[in-house]
Design a protein around this ligand. Structure first.
Ligand code: FAD
Ligand code: MG
Length: 298
């Protein structure tokens, strides 16, 4: 058996798990496709000690520190299949490599399915965001929009006035009842039922179906998320339905999935993610994998 663990996904969660295992002198292979979820944003906020840094720089520092450990290997590639065998697992990559391992850790993250509105995707991470804690402060209390994607967006619209005067574009997706309407009014939210057809300009102009435009500094939207990789499905892991999409079901302590020997952490395995949560979750998963190598059979 070549590796103790193969970690699919070498961003915040996967690197953090790898570091724990490297420090236990375990043989680790990290396979990473280089498509971090926050690659659209120039700065990352809310991670203690790293507030405002480039998300890529945080990962690059972490990777450099990890690769000093001699038992760690790095592979820039995509894991396309993982199969359970009599002993352990075989992982196959898009680049045609096959590696055997005792444990698999999925730190593969999620993909945001953005609403198909003209001008929205190219502003993702720049003036269109999902997380007010991450990007709300920098809008400097300028005008904010919330675009409804589901009834969950009500909660989003109720929160955003703490970051700036808020217009809630209900989009025909969500019709607030009298009580919800009163709570929005009480928070100072302006309701806009006319459909958004396009976003244009710098910090931006929201164009409505009737031709009016609403100027905003930032637009908040809650996209549906889905697993960035099918590995959990092919390994037979169970999923849980979260408010924004499915995530891999794991043990709260060890982060082992319902398939023995397969672990998961980070955005892939939680209902809402952040850099700090991914890093913390990686610590838990790394030590979970390590303890399973010591205390379990296989
Ligand atoms: P990711 O960082 O998404 O990394 C997953 C990695 O796995 C990627 O490199 C991917 O290519 C790789 N991968 C996937 N499948 C495979 C495969 N089959 N084989 C090999 N590799 C694979 N959070 C904050 O705390 N602060 C912020 O300011 C912030 N800003 C954000 C801005 C935007 C626009 C977005 C969308 C998110 C933001 N987030 C922010 C959230 C943050 O990006 C995620 O919570 C965090 O990246 C999760 O880390 P992760 O390691 O679980 O997954
Ligand atoms: Mg990311």
């Amino acid at each position: 058996m070549h590796y103790d663990v193969i970690i699919a996904g070498g961003s915040y969660a996967g690197l953090s798990a790898a570091l724990q295992l490297a420090r236990a002198r375990r043989k680790v292979l990290v396979i990473d496709a280089g498509q971090r979820r926050n690659r659209f944003a120039a700065s990352s906020h809310g991670f203690l000690g790293q507030d405002g840094r480039s998300p890529g720089d945080i990962v690059e520092d972490a990777r450099r520190q990890l690769m000093v450990y001699p038992t760690v290997q790095w592979l820039s590639d995509t894991a396309i299949d993982a199969r359970q065998e009599a002993e352990g697992f075989t992982v196959e990559t898009a680049g045609g490599q096959r590696h055997r391992t005792r444990r698999v850790l999925l730190a593969t993250g999620v993909i945001d399915d953005l609403p198909p509105i003209e001008g929205l995707a190219e502003r993702w991470g720049k003036s269109v965001f999902h997380c007010p804690y991450c990007h709300g402060y920098e809008l400097e209390q300028g005008p904010i929009g919330v675009l409804a994607t589901s009834p969950m967006s009500l909660h989003h619209a109720q929160m955003l006035p703490d970051w700036g005067p808020t217009t809630f574009f209900t989009q025909g997706v969500f019709e607030p009842d009298a009580e919800q309407r009163a709570s929005l009014v009480q928070r100072g939210v302006t309701l806009e039922p006319e459909r958004v057809v396009r976003i244009e300009g710098e910090r931006a102009n929201v164009v409505l179906a009737d031709g009016r435009g609403v100027r905003i500094d930032g637009l908040f939207v809650l996209p549906r998320t889905r697993a960035a990789s099918q590995l959990a499905v092919s390994l037979g892991c169970a999923f849980e339905e979260g408010p924004l999409g499915a995530f891999i079901q794991t043990d709260a302590m060890t982060r082992e999935t319902r398939v023995a020997g397969v672990f998961a952490c980070g955005d892939a395995a939680m209902p809402f993610g952040s850099v700090a949560l991914a890093v913390g979750d990686g610590v838990r998963a790394g030590s979970g994998v390590h303890r399973s190598l010591i205390f379990a059979q296989a």
